[in-house]
Design a protein around this ligand. Structure first.
Ligand code: C2O
Ligand code: CU
Length: 474
């Protein structure tokens, strides 16, 4: 929190004994914290599927999948102590929240990995309202794939008036028949294709049955895709959801394109959902993203009780804009970013000389501007772009592969200004943009947050297989 008065004792210290300040940074700098949280990554056992299946061995935060929901108000400050009880290193990344670089949770770039038995304290203020999430950034594909994830909700100062707010963390696990998680993470074949898509979709860590609703009620549904690779395309049969925020950032309320809510890994969507069905009725939410694998995600089950209100509500208002600066498109500096690699269907890799001049050897299956960071160790990585603090940039991201890539930039939100050369309708603010095979998108932002920021595909197998780079802001 800016502008918080320094306590008088600290002022005295600062005035009288300058030399002591360095030794006492906490006393001098400490801003009051609004919330203290402890997150303990450790093995656990949870009922992902439910009876008659046994519980599943997972890795998770504080014993649950997803981990505890973190909830703050815009502008508040939080301290989170992470106590690592896993048998390997970890970190926590606060996906989409514009934190100072040292708090970003990227191993070897912003902090060393938190070794087993050790702890690390994160502390930051949250500048923007919206729906975010947290997850490890070390051994990401296995740690997230085994259950480490959680919702991070930052409430607006003026909340949207609704009857009920619901958060759904969508997960996707690959289970074997006894409901335990299949091994074989980092399978090279999958890494070079769509990534590790699971066979068991969960809502808030549980295979869903019915979701109880009441006729006439208005729900704000915060959807978070915490899956390692699965893209969702949700259709709300007989209902008309209205999109009010993407990746936490407000947008003019509108129905989703073609009636389908597309949610790629790491993306979030806030919907306003009016329960227009009849008391006692049921209707489904189906996921049709992969057309041959369409399935029913969950049923909305209406209570028998009379409707909550007689008349339908007016459409929802637009949420207040967040605090990120507006890019100056006329003066923005432009860069091209190419995505290459992966299987082409005929079994060949595309668009890059495999291994040629790239780091990481065998596992480099993907590249950004011809370079690849493989695994988590980025110590020797040069930034793919160096941007000047405070300047506006347009990055033209060119997906030259045969696969979908949800591309995420840390530390900033950006506007998606064009797709395949055409202006987008809403110029949405996002932190993760899904780029279909052989398509292009331009994103625009002000590089206002200094540090080394990861820029990567959020299909975790692609991230591991080289589709990750560093963008430096100095
Ligand atoms: Cu959701 Cu680099 O992270
Ligand atoms: Cu990808």
């Amino acid at each position: 929190m800016r502008g918080v008065p320094i306590r008088r004792r600290s002022l005295l210290l600062a005035a009288g004994v300058g030399g002591l300040i360095a030794a006492l940074p906490r006393v001098v700098r400490a801003a009051p914290v609004d919330k203290d949280v402890r997150l303990t990554p450790a093995p656990g056992r949870v009922a992902l599927v439910g009876t008659p299946y046994p519980e599943t061995n997972v890795w998770c935060y504080n014993g649950t999948v997803p981990g505890p929901e973190i909830r703050l108000r815009q502008g508040e400050r939080i301290r989170i102590v992470c106590d690592n009880r896993l048998t390997q290193g970890t970190t926590i990344h606060w996906h989409g929240i514009r934190v100072p670089n040292p708090m970003d949770g990227v191993p070897y770039v912003t902090q060393p990995p938190i070794e087993p038995g050790r702890s690390f304290t994160y502390e930051f203020a949250v500048p923007d309202a919206g729906t975010y999430w947290y997850h490890p950034h070390d051994h990401s594909s296995e740690q997230i794939g085994r259950g480490m994830m959680g919702a991070f909700v930052i409430e607006e100062l003026t909340p949207l008036p609704v009857d009920r707010e619901v958060v759904w963390v969508l997960g996707d696990f690959r289970l074997v028949p006894d409901a335990s998680i299949a091994g074989g993470f980092d399978n090279p074949m999958e890494m070079s294709m769509a990534g590790r898509i699971g066979n068991t979709v969960t809502i808030n860590g549980r295979v869903p049955t019915d979701f109880a609703v009441r006729s006439g009620e208005r729900i704000r549904l915060r959807l978070i895709n915490a899956a390692a690779a699965r893209i969702f395309g949700l259709e709300f049969v007989h209902h008309r959801p209205i999109v009010v925020a993407l990746d936490g950032q407000p947008i003019a309320p509108h129905p989703p394109d073609g009636g389908r809510v597309i949610l790629a890994p790491a993306q979030r969507i806030d919907l306003v959902l009016d329960m227009t069905g009849k008391a006692g009725s049921k209707s489904s939410i189906v996921d049709t993203f992969y057309r041959q694998m369409a399935y029913r995600l969950v049923d909305l089950a209406y209570a028998d009780s009379p409707p909550l209100r007689a008349k339908p509500l007016a459409p929802p208002a637009t949420l207040a804009r967040n605090t990120q600066p507006e890019p100056d498109l006329a003066r923005a500096q432009r860069h091209i970013v190419t995505l290459t690699g992966g299987m082409m269907g005929g079994g060949s890799m595309s668009g890059m000389g495999m291994g040629m001049g790239m780091m990481g050897g065998d596992r480099a299956m993907w590249a950004i501007n011809g370079t690849a960071i493989v695994g988590d160790d980025m110590r020797h990585m040069k930034p793919v772009l160096t941007l000047t603090r405070g300047k506006s940039y347009v990055l033209a991201i060119d997906n030259r592969t045969a696969w979908y890539h949800p591309i995420h930039l840390h530390g900033h939100s950006f506007r998606v200004i064009t797709r395949n050369g055409r202006s987008t309708k809403y110029r949405a603010w996002r932190d993760t943009v899904l780029i279909p095979p052989r398509e292009r998108a331009e994103i625009a932002f002000v590089a206002d947050n200094p540090g080394d920021w990861m820029f990567h595909c959020h299909i975790l197998d692609h991230q591991d297989g080289g589709m990750m780079a560093v963008i430096r802001v100095t």
